[in-house]
Write a protein that binds this ligand. Structure first.
Ligand code: DOR
Length: 432
């Protein structure tokens, strides 16, 4: 029997420390500290009052396999996920070849299982080749062994309203969710940075907030008429929060995510012209960042998703216009949430469990993730040292790429251990 005792952990960072006894992939008992006597072969994790949470679930990860294994693989990305406290990740479809058919999604799913560090759920493309012209075979992907439950053209917007309408209609029949990368392409031709005074002064072509907001509003209306569930990727503007509040108030079944970088970084970063800060959607103004934090705290934005986007040196260490958008996120997400939400008192650790584990698991319909910390539940867990700090070094992260915007920053909260179905996948910064 595979047995682990987590000794002296505080569930959700609340109450007195308890012992959590894990056996055969399940939380067997939770008892007073010192009360659990482990078997001789049991592995003991001394928690010393650290915070125990359900394992994190990331609805938005780019693992780059197949096609760009020079930047990330399912192996390296799974390691980054485990070290970041994740027990499930959704791998976006913008690979090469695109995950728009059963063969590719099954490959990603199978590779994830072989690596075994985190549950890798492939996201299926909404349109063939992400071209926005023709619907992909969503049904075949949903019914494949990969059991695809999330569909997205992320990186591209499903801009054609008729295609988006059809995708939403099919999604209800299939019981899956469409996640939209909300960006009206006609409004972002040549766009380089958040449209505003700073971009204008520094000479960047503006990327208007309305490009995001207009698609979010349109799709909420389409979802309402289709009776569909809709998920909005990487919300970045104040106006999008207004639209989401309006739609949720009407009972439209929409959920939304925000990235760690949109909770922390602003367009002040543009002054350096360093493409490590180039991301889609772009870093916005300080007022937008403030609004992201409040919307996440009050639930208008449902969850945090990393948009972990590894890129090769040559695609980042170049002029701004030529650089690819995106930044690493899996190993820094918890710390950024601690810095932006926990430290200022906007979320407690129970709130962190909600936005990083429970809500994303609910949105994607994962029955064994984001579960309560209780006896009989699957042991998908993360132990967090809330008082420890660490310094981010891109070269030391598990990803193949190193494009972190937090290089050299000292951040709070460290993942001490991650357990996937009762097996230790990371411990003290090391795999397994
Ligand atoms: O910054 C981004 N990078 N945003 C996206 O939507 C796609 C992603 C990527 O694939 O690199």
């Amino acid at each position: 029997m595979n047995e682990i005792v987590i000794r002296g952990a505080r569930l959700y960072g609340e109450g007195d420390p308890v012992d959590v006894h894990v056996a055969d992939g399940t939380i067997a008992t939770i008892g007073e500290a010192g009360a659990v006597t482990p078997g001789e072969d049991a592995e003991v994790i001394e928690a010393r009052g650290q915070v125990l949470l359900p394992g994190f679930v990331d609805l938005h990860t780019h693992l780059r396999e197949p096609g760009r294994e020079d930047t990330e693989t399912i192996d390296s990305g799974s390691a980054a996920a485990a070290l970041g406290g994740y027990t499930a990740v959704f791998a976006m479809a913008n690979t090469d070849p695109v995950a728009d058919n059963a063969v590719v999604v099954e490959h990603v799913w199978r590779r994830g299982r072989e690596v075994g560090l985190v549950d890798v759920h492939p996201v299926g493309a909404v349109t063939v080749g992400l071209k926005g012209e023709k619907l992909a075979e969503m049904g075949t992907m949903a019914k494949s062994v990969a059991g695809v439950r999330l569909f997205s053209d992320d990186g591209h917007c499903v801009a054609d309203p008729l295609l988006m309408r059809r995708a939403l209609e099919y999604s209800t029949a299939l019981g899956v969710v469409v996640a939209q990368h909300a960006e009206e392409p006609r409004l972002t031709v040549g766009a380089q940075a958040h449209e505003g005074e700073r971009a204008a002064r520094l000479g960047y072509t503006g990327w208007p907030s309305s490009a995001e907001e207009s698609i979010v509003a349109r799709d909420c209306v389409l979802a309402r008429h289709a009776g569909a569930r809709l998920h909005i990727c990487h919300v970045s503007t104040t106006g999008t929060v207004d639209v989401l509040g309006w739609a949720k108030g009407l009972g439209i079944d929409v959920s939304a995510e925000v990235t760690p970088h949109h909770l922390l970084l602003t367009d002040e970063r543009l002054a350096t012209y360093d493409p490590v800060n180039k991301v889609n959607p772009p870093l916005r103004a300080g007022a937008d960042v403030e609004r992201m934090r409040r919307a996440l705290a009050d639930g208008v934005i449902d969850c945090v998703a990393t948009d972990h986007a590894p890129h090769a040196v040559q695609d980042k260490d170049c002029e701004w216009a030529a650089a690819r958008p995106g930044m690493l996120g899996l190993q820094t997400a918890l710390s950024i949430v601690a810095e932006t939400m926990v430290r200022p008192g906007l979320l407690d650790w129970r709130g962190v469990a909600r936005v990083m584990s429970e809500r994303p698991a609910e949105i994607a319909g994962l029955p064994d993730q984001g579960r309560p910390l209780a006896a009989g539940e699957p042991a998908n867990l993360v132990l967090v040292d809330p008082d420890a700090e660490w310094t981010v070094r891109g070269a030391e992260l598990a990803s193949v790429a190193a494009n972190t915007p937090y290089e050299g920053m000292r951040l709070p909260a460290v993942v001490s251990a991650t357990l996937l179905r009762g097996r230790i996948t990371s411990r003290e910064g090391k795999i397994g």
